[in-house]
Design a protein around this ligand. Structure first.
Ligand SMILES: N[C@@H](CCC(=O)N[C@@H](CS)C(=O)NCC(=O)O)C(=O)O
Length: 222
């Protein structure tokens, strides 16, 4: 939760009287996407404010002083930032039976381990994106770029190995591990397609195909 004072005032009209949650950010961000997919899987109604951190910087900062997405505005105007605490809140909201991360024990540890591979891959892909597209050409660091992509692929390779034949990553149903894996894979493929040709991570490709049969995934494509 953040202090929503000052900067957010101009968005009060939008926030006030809200009866459903507002997801701030675009699905081009894998962090926003994992929240969007989770909201849909859990059947929680929400609206989306598809702002860009580059083109709509002031608007994003009104919701999150860090200028990052996602943010989630709750029905009472409270603003949550950062995908992990947002998803933690959603799991709490629906209760342990429906939560996308198991509540305790070995099951929780395993799902969180897989989520960490996906999150790591997203973070390293974002670092590649910054290095390749935002940094001035003459200041780019080739060795760092190679390291970032190797790290992103290492996370995805771990996930690829963990996909069981014909199934989800853990426990026979969709968990946050699957959501984050698909978001991470799509992000690398969209940002740098040559790094992830079809067939390089075949089990993850199969998981992605299964996931895309669900509207939560197919309706949240960037
Ligand atoms: N740890 C954060 C990462 C969020 C993040 O880095 N989002 C990117 C978009 S992919 C962003 O807003 N970048 C803008 C910036 O940092 O200036 C989360 O899980 O939500």
């Amino acid at each position: 939760m953040v202090d929503v004072g000052g900067a957010i005032d101009e968005h009060r009209a939008e926030i006030k009287g809200r009866t459903i949650m507002l997801l701030v950010g675009r699905y081009a961000s894998p962090f926003v996407r994992r929240v969007g997919v989770s909201l849909k899987i859990l059947g929680l109604g929400f609206e989306q404010k598809a702002v860009s951190t580059i083109q709509n910087r002031a608007e994003v900062e009104a919701f999150n002083p860090l200028g990052r997405v996602p943010a989630l505005v709750l029905a009472d105007g409270e603003v949550l930032i950062d995908s992990t605490p947002i998803l933690d809140y959603l799991d709490e909201l629906v209760g342990p039976e429906r939560a996308l991360v198991p509540p305790s024990g070995a099951a929780r540890r395993q799902v969180l381990r897989l989520v960490a591979y996906g999150m790591g891959a997203m973070e390293k892909t974002l670092a590649c994106f910054i290095e390749r597209t935002l940094r001035p050409v003459d200041t780019r660091h080739q060795a760092l770029l190679e390291r970032f992509v190797q790290q992103a692929l290492a996370g995805l390779e771990q996930l690829d190995r963990a996909v069981p034949d014909g199934g989800w990553l853990y426990g026979g149903k969709v968990t946050q591990a699957d959501i984050s894996a698909v978001a991470a894979m799509d992000f690398l493929r969209q940002s740098w397609p040559e790094m992830l040709p079809a067939g390089r991570l075949p089990r993850l490709d199969a998981l992605r195909d299964r996931a895309y049969a669900l509207p939560a995934f197919s309706e949240t494509v960037a």
